[in-house]
Design a protein around this ligand. Structure first.
Ligand code: FAD
Length: 334
């Protein structure tokens, strides 16, 4: 069999493997048995941002390996919204379709593997996988996303993505006009209160131990938004949306949906070991990039939620991934 046909077969095998898993996979990786040659780009994290980068690079016929552990941030949500052409589809379906489409490109290899460490410099990076494989590349794209850190409140993690959600653009339409709750996380929560008016006139704020300043309380009262003081001690989920919020003081409060913004952190610490520059966000940090999506280390690009200090979404991750792929490719032109 010709080398090109062999490569395509290997790519199809690994894509098929990845496409079969909806969330995390314990299925062992199928590695390309070809002798390892230098990749143009290794992409770490093969979800919305990473696959968008791979698509641009594969179309430019650049040799790409995507490493992915199969845990996209929105895996807790039954459906993904606001994504043009894919609205109201399960996120795992969108990703599976993307992986299938990448099978057209023989230079793209998708591996179900974790990147454990990075070394080297531009034009000669090495990535060590969890399976002990060492891969080389001229450029790297970091797209390994973030992990939402669930507070130690019984029922919170179990309700995440259904009764407790972060983003009105993602899921607000489906519960518009209903009774919403908002877990206060600081003065920035006032922006959420103003935002939510476009979806509902029935909102309750849960202070959850935060001191809410008198002027903000007056503003909330003027908007007819009640504030429930006390700490949240538990969340009981009923069906797909409704939840009962249990408090350390006062009676339980029922809402149709609860919005919360737990802190998050990048899904891996590779950027830390490389000492890449970061910026603070209201809920964590983001890897700093320039307008070409290059990080503070030449040859390393970043895209998606882990490099987005603004509004994270599938669409922004996809856009950033595509840009990272294009700029990484253009940086290798002779
Ligand atoms: C509950 C919830 C619902 C949401 N709903 C919507 C919605 O309806 N619409 C919308 O637009 N957005 C929604 N979002 C936001 C959306 O999930 C993110 O913006 C999007 O997933 C970001 O894509 P990404 O590629 O940057 O990261 P992710 O999708 O999080 O993917 C990162 C990938 O990197 C992999 N990875 C991590 N570490 C490593 C490693 N060391 N080696 C290899 N691979 C690794 C992970 O397994 C994962 O597959 C929602 C978020 C949440 C929390």
């Amino acid at each position: 069999m010709q080398r090109r046909a062999l490569l395509k077969l290997a790519a199809l095998s690994t894509i098929g493997l990845a496409g079969a898993r909806a969330t995390a996979s314990s299925t062992p990786s199928i590695h390309n048995k070809e002798p390892i040659t230098m990749n143009d780009v290794i992409i770490i994290g093969g979800s919305f941002a990473g696959l968008a980068a791979a698509l641009q690079l594969g179309r430019a016929r650049r040799k790409v390996t995507v490493l992915d552990t199969g845990l996209p941030r929105n895996r807790f949500a039954g459906r993904s919204h606001g994504v043009l052409g894919h609205d109201h589809k399960p996120p795992s379906d969108i990703l599976a379709e993307a992986r299938q489409q990448l099978a057209r490109y023989p230079a793209i290899r998708l591996l179900n593997a974790r990147a454990d460490s990075i070394s080297g410099t531009i034009d000669n990076f090495s990535v060590l996988t969890g399976d002990g494989e060492s891969l080389g590349a001229r450029r790297l794209i970091l797209s390994y996303g973030v992990v939402d850190q669930m507070p130690a409140v019984p029922g919170f993690a179990e309700s995440w993505g259904t009764s407790v959600i972060p983003c009105p653009y993602c899921d607000g339409f489906e519960v518009a006009g209903q009774h919403w709750g908002l877990v206060w996380s600081g003065p920035q929560s006032m922006n959420q209160v103003r935002l939510f008016h476009d979806w509902t006139n029935s909102l309750t704020v849960f202070a959850d131990g935060h001191d809410i300043a008198p002027d903000i309380r007056a503003d909330l009262a003027g908007r007819k938004v009640p504030v429930v003081d006390g700490r949240i001690t538990g969340i009981a989920r009923h069906g797909d949306h409704n939840a009962t919020i249990k408090l350390d003081t006062g009676p339980d409060v029922a809402v149709d949906i609860l919005f919360a913004h737990p802190r998050n952190k990048p899904s891996a610490n590779l950027h830390e070991t490389l000492s890449l520059d970061t910026v603070n966000t209201p809920t964590g940090l983001a890897i700093k990039t320039d307008e070409r999506r290059e990080t503070s280390m030449p040859g390393i690009y970043a895209a998606g939620d882990l490099a987005n200090p603004g509004i994270p979404s599938v669409t922004t991750a996809t856009w950033q991934g595509a840009m990272a792929g294009i700029f990484a490719q253009q940086s290798m032109l002779v």
